[in-house]
Design a protein around this ligand. Structure first.
Ligand code: KIV
Ligand code: ZN
Length: 537
């Protein structure tokens, strides 16, 4: 049995193949392997449902990502479904599933990847003394045998197999070389060298890659990949030095999300290579103009806000505050800008939107901002835009982005927000009158609380009883001014399941209610669409 890896049918597969010879042939291609949907999703509190993962995968594909690690097929039914659905839809990127070094994992990955046009199985095992002894309870020979078994088994499903030496940077060099040589001999076409705990220093990591090239006899038969974690803030630097030393695949995530301090940030590593091409004369296939859009999407879905001073995608990354800087930029942008904002998808367009803007201008504006909505979604967004324009005089790009992100977020809605009236102040106990529709039937609740938000959330819980905890409630203003829209993020947790909801509104209380409802809808979907007993009675 073999997954459908049509080696001649896609440019993409050809491109990834071509990168395999890059080191020896002097090719300048770097393969970008995105693991937002796998390692990124392992960030505590970060959870995406199948529809959200598909949306992210399609964005990554459009952006030119070479390999999309869509999930860990054996981890759960949801993960299997995500890998499989992404495999069905994505045509221009290789779709990959992670698998531990055992038959069940590999078979499950192979099964999930069946519909893919180009499929990769990524199998890994811990090779360091710590991992061998404490995590696996295996000696060197047993680990080595697992490398043989796992790579050989993965090759039954596809001829695009990646093998990873987990905790490679803390593995004895000779043993690492031996395992890599074996993995390649058994058919691995990419060998990944993770700095799993973010321990390496850039020069040290570069030296490790160089030593692999020098000491693994068959290394020219595979692409060397690197997977750097950011525990010391060195993930991007380590990846760059690895490329200098001969690595040709970088594993990374949008906004750098991932286990603990996260992974190498795609946007940073790609822009570093592009901006300093004089030092690193390599090229990726990434459409950098899609970077902001991907960053916003991942942030909206996960509820992980991007810090304002984050390189490339932070709100301040291209902002110039001091007079001297502003003066310089006005005279010549290059005085203080090493990259052009438009190259990462920051558009400052001339189309100013307001109350009198029509549907056509609205559509055009969204296209400028990188969004192409279908007719229904566009109509709904336009109605909301008009309502916003009634409340807010100047509609800035940020307002439109919040509005569209909010709508894209909404997804399946078993529960719908209808209306909210809140009374609060220093002299009274806050009270919320809330109306929601559940499966098309209106329900009302009046609740008091310790604050207006508490009163609203109690009212939601009265209408839709549930025991989920609220590990995150976060508000941020989209723009300046007292009429700014608030974007509220609500995270709910129930029996190990985490969901995030987000909503934007000029009224912070309305945004809070709608964000809670958005999270609740996701929770209900995760639970299997069961209406709580109190409602169905
Ligand atoms: O950090 C790591 O080592 C990993 C492997 C599964 C590649 O995520
Ligand atoms: Zn990792």
């Amino acid at each position: 049995m073999s997954v459908n890896s049509d080696q001649t049918g896609t440019d993409q597969v050809g491109a990834v193949r071509a990168a395999a010879q890059a080191v020896s042939s002097g090719d300048d291609r770097i393969v970008i392997f995105d693991t937002t949907l796998r390692d990124g999703e392992q960030s505590p509190g970060c959870s995406m449902n199948v529809e959200e993962k598909i949306r992210v995968a399609e964005t990554l594909e459009h952006m030119g990502v070479d390999v999309i690690e869509a999930g860990f097929a054996i981890a759960s039914e949801g993960d299997f479904q995500s890998v499989s659905e992404i495999a069905k839809r994505v045509k221009d990127s290789v779709v990959c599933s992670l698998a531990r070094a055992n038959a069940a994992d590999i078979d499950r990955a192979g099964e999930a990847l069946k519909p893919a046009r180009a499929a990769r199985i990524h199998t890994f095992i811990g090779t360091s003394p710590l991992h061998r002894q404490y995590q696996l309870n295996l000696d060197m020979e047993q680990v080595h045998q697992r490398v043989i078994d796992s790579v050989s088994r993965a090759r039954r499903f596809t001829d695009d197999v990646e093998w990873s030496a987990m905790d490679a940077s803390r593995t004895e060099a000779d043993f690492l070389f031996r395992c890599i040589e074996t993995a390649i001999a058994c058919g691995a076409t990419t060998v990944n060298i993770p700095d799993t705990v973010g321990y390496a220093y850039p020069e040290e990591f570069g030296d490790l890659i160089r030593s692999i090239r020098d000491n693994v006899p068959n290394i020219d038969k595979a692409v060397i990949s690197v997977h750097c974690h950011n525990d010391l803030g060195l993930a991007v630097a380590n990846s760059l030095l690895a490329v200098k030393a001969g690595a040709r695949q970088i594993e990374c995530t949008i906004n750098g999300i991932g286990e603990r301090a996260g992974n190498c940030a795609l946007e940073e590593v790609v822009m570093a290579v592009r901006t300093r091409n004089d030092l690193l004369p390599y090229r990726s296939r990434i459409v950098t103009q899609d970077i902001m859009k991907a960053s916003r999407l991942v942030s909206a879905i996960t509820g992980f806000n991007v810090q304002p001073n984050k390189a490339i995608v932070g709100a301040n990354a291209f902002a110039h505050e001091s007079g001297i800087h502003q003066d310089g930029v006005l005279k010549n942008a290059q005085t203080y800008e090493i990259m052009r904002p438009e190259d990462v998808g920051l558009v400052r367009s001339s189309l100013v939107m307001g109350k009198h803007s029509g549907r056509h201008a609205f559509k055009k504006k969204l296209e400028e901002l990188g969004y192409e909505l279908g007719d229904n979604a566009l109509n709904e967004a336009f109605v909301r835009f008009k309502a916003l324009a009634d409340k807010k005089k100047d509609i800035l790009d940020e307002d439109l982005l919040a509005l569209v992100d909010d709508q894209i977020q909404a997804g399946e809605q078993q529960v719908r927000f209808v209306s909210l009236h809140v009374q609060c102040g220093s002299e009274i106990r806050p009270e919320a009158r809330l109306a929601l529709e559940v499966d098309g039937v209106r329900h009302d609740a009046v609740c008091q609380g310790d604050g207006p938000v508490d009163a609203i959330f109690r009212a939601v819980r009265e209408i839709v009883p549930h025991d989920a905890s609220l590990p995150l409630f976060q508000i941020h203003a989209v723009t300046e001014g007292t009429d700014a829209q608030a974007v509220v993020t609500v995270r709910l947790e129930e029996q190990g399941k985490t969901v995030n909801g987000q909503a934007a509104d000029t009224d912070t209380m309305v945004a809070s209610a709608r964000a809670y409802v958005a999270a609740l809808n996701k929770l209900l979907t995760k639970r299997g669409k069961t209406v709580p007993a109190a409602l169905s009675a």
